[in-house]
Design a protein around this ligand. Structure first.
Ligand code: NAP
Length: 320
């Protein structure tokens, strides 16, 4: 009897999976619309007030998208536009009036505010139970204390990251997570949320030494540093989940060709719209990951959906 010779075949290397923020956000909005319909039928439509100070084009665009999302979901919304010369006192008066109104569940102050406005004072004036941006010290404190997700209003972008991981079945418990950036809006809260989910977390910033050695250990790497294409291939542990929070608008062909060499679709997008965006991660680095969030269509797509989640949650917690 002849014995067969078995040649071992190397296990195939799985292609990196793009985590589709647009699809996940759509699913979240579908679920929310159903909850909003029930609330409306009971006569308590969730309501969001958005405050826009000054006429900065990007801020105005973001605010309009937030108001549009409310309308799509059947929620009430209103926009309060104030001139860039508005004083802190005037804005505090507006916040106080919104705090007092029963039909307003969420108050969002679009950032950044003009330099002369005391941003911290204004954010702290928002009633914590209406703080749908999750930036009030009370909500930050609850997050740090490890309050259950359904009982805390957490900042929208970090909450979106955690929701993407959860809905994509990417385990966090026990994983080595590295967060690049320590801002109050992204880096610190996402680090707290990863820690609450039992990851082992390292936070890096501009003074961190041996950055590459640290990022290469990450099974989950979150890049939120505000530098286009900063995270390169050599910084990523093969198979890691890479979350790219950065948003950088590119307007020249040279910039696009630097990050997306030979990508005809990107160049066509630039020609059509006059700009295209890249994140904090060099797109070439995604190739060594196990999963990653594309830019656009990743984390950015989740942020407004999580604002809607927070508004409905705020209504549920406050009104019962
Ligand atoms: P930020 O406030 O400017 O904070 C940047 C952080 O990165 C700081 O902690 C800084 O360290 C750190 N950093 C800068 N250079 C570094 C370097 N060379 N090595 C290591 N760390 C470095 O930024 P942010 O508001 O968190 O935003 C980060 C990015 O996310 C931006 O591109 C922003 O546009 C984007 N973003 C996207 C969304 C979304 O919805 N997708 C939402 C918010 C922000 P130091 O503290 O030491 O200065």
């Amino acid at each position: 009897m002849s014995s067969a010779i078995v040649t071992p075949i190397a296990a195939p290397i799985a292609a990196p999976v793009a985590l589709d923020g647009i699809a996940i956000a759509s699913q979240i909005k579908l679920e929310l619309a159903a909850e909003v319909a029930v609330a409306r039928a009971q006569g308590s439509t969730p309501g969001l007030a958005v405050v826009l100070v000054g006429g900065e084009a990007a801020s105005e665009m973001y605010v309009r998208s937030k108001v549009r999302a409310c309308t799509e979901l059947g929620m009430y919304s209103e926009m309060h536009t104030r001139a860039g010369t508005a004083t802190t006192e005037e804005l505090l008066g507006l916040v106080a009036s919104l705090n007092a109104r029963e039909e307003i569940d969420g108050i969002l102050i679009q950032l950044p505010l003009p330099e002369h406005v005391d941003t911290a004072r204004l954010l702290e004036a928002v009633a914590p139970e209406k703080d749908v941006d999750g930036l009030h010290p009370m909500n930050m404190g609850r997050l740090l204390r490890g309050a259950a997700a359904e009982q805390v209003l957490a900042p929208c972008t970090p909450a979106g990251i955690m929701e993407m991981l959860r809905r994509s079945d990417i385990p966090v418990r026990g994983k080595r997570a590295v967060v690049l950036g320590r801002s109050s809006i992204v880096g610190k809260p996402v680090a707290a949320m990863l820690l609450n989910a039992s990851a082992t977390v390292t936070v890096c910033h501009s003074q961190t030494r041996d950055l590459v050695a640290i990022t290469r250990e990450a099974e989950i790497l979150v890049a939120a540093i505000g530098r286009a294409g900063f995270v390169t291939k050599d910084m990523v542990r093969p198979g890691a989940t890479v979350i790219d929070v950065g948003i950088h608008r590119m307007v020249t062909k040279a910039e696009v060709e630097r990050f997306f060499p030979g990508d005809a679709a990107r160049l066509a997008g630039l020609a059509k719209r006059g700009s295209t965006i890249v994140g904090d991660v060099d797109p070439a680095a995604f190739a060594v990951s196990g999963a990653y969030t594309p830019v656009p269509g990743g984390v950015g797509a989740m942020t407004i959906a999580m604002l809607m989640v927070n508004t409905v949650k705020a209504a549920r917690m406050r009104r019962g």
